[in-house]
Design a protein around this ligand. Structure first.
Ligand code: PLP
Length: 376
């Protein structure tokens, strides 16, 4: 049996998305910057996709900028804010994605900003009182960057509450929403947020395409210059079939969202229940049973001498899961997220992440294989 439970890393493309992309690859091949008929046709397609994307977030199409994905969008927001909005102070958490942590740490090294890390509790939630203290005590113009859902443990941030706190202290607010766009309905009306980010391959769209939402009240410079594409905000010929695929994937996600949420949450709850029944001592990293992304379950297993081999063993059994961003390069330092929420690193942790294509049979197979490790 082959079981794919690594959907937070990437998802398989939806065939309906592929069907929307193929004619664009085959026929709508004009360069959107060309003024002839071929170019105009492609340009119309890109602008239609932008309008469609904007409508799901109730924002203006002029606030959506297509990028190569989440990493670029995060970089563009952070570097642009520091460069152009006179930001000299940043607040983030130690459990952010490297697409946020690395640019911020580099800006700090270059002396462009001071960087504060907000406290994170053992349950993986950002301490909002500490955030307010950090905002209060620093009078320099600040950017706050906190992710909407953590890609390793699934914890959800109360986006509106944090946005309002930032507004109270006149801070710019960026949220990496890569794990929530396409999984939740995100109406930005009434949320005072400046930047959100998207990556299509996290919700059955193609890889190499995403977007950055930039609130119309602020203006930053491009990260990539060289052409007048994206209204002078991102040089380079547009990834036209990617854009068409992103729009289609988002349309499907929003059309089927309620049913998918219920179905996938059902799978996650079932896996929790099965693991608790079959593996005494099992626990879950983060806030798995409460304020948590329904697609992610980070399992803290009992200690075993087979810890280092666990993900490989699952792989040999046909199961794709992830040990977080840990050990992928052979390092034994483990996941920065788990370390920073005080997880017992002597015990194995495995992240399982689900999609609409998973089934209860697959969960049974997977739990059976893990339980087997503790029986031998
Ligand atoms: N931010 C988060 C929370 C992610 O999970 C990912 C994907 O791993 C990214 C950013 C990067 O997105 P992309 O792969 O589109 O560059």
């Amino acid at each position: 049996m082959k079981v794919y439970l690594d959907n937070a890393a990437t998802t398989p493309i939806d065939p309906e998305v592929l069907d929307a992309m193929l004619p664009v690859m085959k026929q709508t091949f004009g360069n959107p910057s060309s003024i002839h008929n071929y170019g105009r046709e492609t340009k119309a397609l890109v602008e239609q996709a932008r309008r469609q994307v904007a409508s799901y977030f109730k924002v203006s199409p002029g606030e959506i900028f297509f990028t190569s994905g989440g990493t670029e969008a995060d970089n563009m927001a952070i570097k642009g804010a520091v460069e152009d909005l006179n930001i000299t102070h940043a607040i983030t958490s130690k459990i952010e994605h490297p697409a946020v942590l690395l640019p911020l740490e580099n800006l700090e090294k270059k002396g462009k900003i001071t960087l504060d890390f907000v406290k994170v509790g053992n349950n993986g939630h950002v301490d909002l009182e500490d955030l307010e203290l950090l905002l209060q005590k620093n009078s320099k113009p600040a950017i706050v960057s906190l992710m909407h859902a953590n890609n390793e443990i699934g914890n959800l941030l109360p986006l509106k509450k944090v946005a309002e706190l930032c507004q109270k202290y006149h801070a710019v607010f960026h949220s990496d929403t890569v794990q929530t766009v396409g999984h939740y309905s995100l109406d930005l009306t009434g949320i005072p947020i400046h930047f959100i980010t998207c990556s299509a391959h996290k919700f059955h769209g193609p890889k190499g395409i995403g977007f950055l939402y930039i609130n119309g009240n602020i203006k930053i410079s491009p990260l990539i210059s060289g052409g007048s594409q994206e209204r002078n905000m991102r040089g380079g010929t547009e990834n036209v079939y990617g854009i068409a695929g992103l729009a289609k994937a988002l349309e499907i996600a929003h059309r089927t969202m309620a049913a998918q949420q219920e179905y996938i949450l059902g799978l996650k709850s079932y896996m929790i229940e099965q693991l608790e029944t079959k593996i005494p001592g099992v626990e879950f990293n983060g806030d798995a049973k409460k304020s948590s992304l329904y697609t992610v379950l980070n399992v803290l297993l009992p200690e075993t001498s087979k810890k280092e081999m666990l993900v490989h063993f699952l792989d040999i059994s046909g199961i794709a899961a992830s040990a977080g961003s840990a050990c992928s390069s052979g390092s034994n330092t483990g996941s920065h997220v788990l370390r920073n929420i005080g997880t017992d690193m002597n015990r194995p942790s495995v992240r399982f992440s689900f999609s609409k294509y998973n089934t209860k049979d697959e969960i049974d197979y997977c739990v059976g294989k893990i339980a087997g490790v503790y029986k031998d």
